[in-house]
Write a protein that binds this ligand. Structure first.
Ligand code: GDP
Ligand code: K
Ligand code: MG
Length: 296
């Protein structure tokens, strides 16, 4: 590697909820950093995923879906999205065959006003053959000033190399921003809490996932084992009962599935204890949100 040809920069992945932003970032990195579920608003934070090669360093950030804020937590989530428009070298705007621009007209204006190249990604083309793609492409190219449109399937890995190449073509020559060993800027316990949250998003219905926050306590790592305690916060007593379930079965299943996934992620044995606590209306309270790390 030569000092004066190394490329590095920030690539921010944005778009509406559920279009596949997190799936795309994980697929590009070949590493599951961002949690995924079929429910909107699974991703609440901005999550960095760093791709390191001798010739370049791409710092991806996955963001919460763009939406109209309905409560304080949403405001914080949209803060992450707005921030990600300001510091990008390349914007990867993701949509799919089914979305439209409803509710995000303002953000689209900001994207078009930002002096940053935009790759317009149309995801989930595995779900439909050709017909719809032309129509969807025309719809979005009228809305967004994009450099290029790339149809992909994040799930099947189709056209991901194309995205990578288009990013590299637009990345500035710059020394690395992060240590070239780093995969993310988040500590291990953050990923542990996200894995627990993913299992909750997958397992429970209606308001339960949205009312839940997870904190990892007493994270202790030795050569062969990681021990930790996951505290699951809900907003009301009735939700606590639902999380725990009949004879504790529901909570036990969350614990088991989270443990299995953590063992894959960390590459060692994990000993995980789970607890449930009530934190009244945490989603609407600024101080409580700050305590949970939503301080944008
Ligand atoms: P995000 O909210 O934009 O981060 O979306 P996720 O990555 O969490 O994905 C939302 C849902 O779409 C999940 O059920 C994914 O499995 C699914 N999904 C993501 N990419 C694709 C794709 O290329 N094809 C299909 N069929 N489903 C996808
Ligand atoms: K999702
Ligand atoms: Mg996501």
């Amino acid at each position: 590697m030569s000092e004066n040809t190394h490329k590095a920069g920030f690539v921010n992945i944005i778009g509406k909820p559920n279009v596949g932003k997190s799936t795309l970032m994980n697929a590009l990195l070949g590493e599951k950093l961002s949690i995924i579920s079929s429910k909107a608003q699974t991703t609440r934070h901005r999550i960095l995923g760093i791709m390191n090669e001798p010739e370049y360093q791409i710092v991806f950030s996955d963001t919460p879906g763009m939406l109209k804020p309905k409560y304080e937590l949403h405001k914080s989530m949209m803060g992450f999205v707005n921030l990600s428009l300001e510091d990008a070298d390349v914007i990867v705007f993701v949509t799919d065959l089914f979305e439209n621009d409803e509710e995000i007209e303002d953000i689209i204006k900001k994207i078009n006003a930002a002096d940053v190249p935009v790759l317009l990604i149309i995801n989930k083309i595995d779900l439909n053959k050709e017909e719809k793609l032309a129509e969807v492409t025309q719809y979005w190219t009228e809305k967004i000033n994009a450099d290029i449109v790339i149809p992909i399937s994040a799930l099947e890995g189709f056209n991901l190399q194309k995205i990578l190449q288009e990013i590299l073509d637009r990345l500035p020559v710059h020394p690395p921003f992060y240590d070239k060993e780093e995969l993310s800027d988040r500590p291990e316990r953050f990923f542990a809490s996200e894995i627990v949250r993913e299992k909750i998003f997958i397992q429970y219905k209606k308001e339960i996932p949205y009312s839940t926050e997870v904190r990892i306590e007493d994270f202790e790592e030795t050569e062969n084992l990681i021990r930790m305690r996951a505290v699951i916060f809900v907003e009301r007593d009735s939700q606590k009962g639902i999380i725990i379930g009949d004879k504790g079965k529901a909570l036990k299943r969350v614990g088991t599935q989270a443990r299995i996934e953590m063992e894959k992620f960390f590459g060692k044995k994990v000993f995980l204890e789970t607890f449930v606590k009530v934190e009244d209306n945490w989603r609407k309270n600024k101080n409580k949100l700050r305590k949970f790390g939503y301080d944008q």
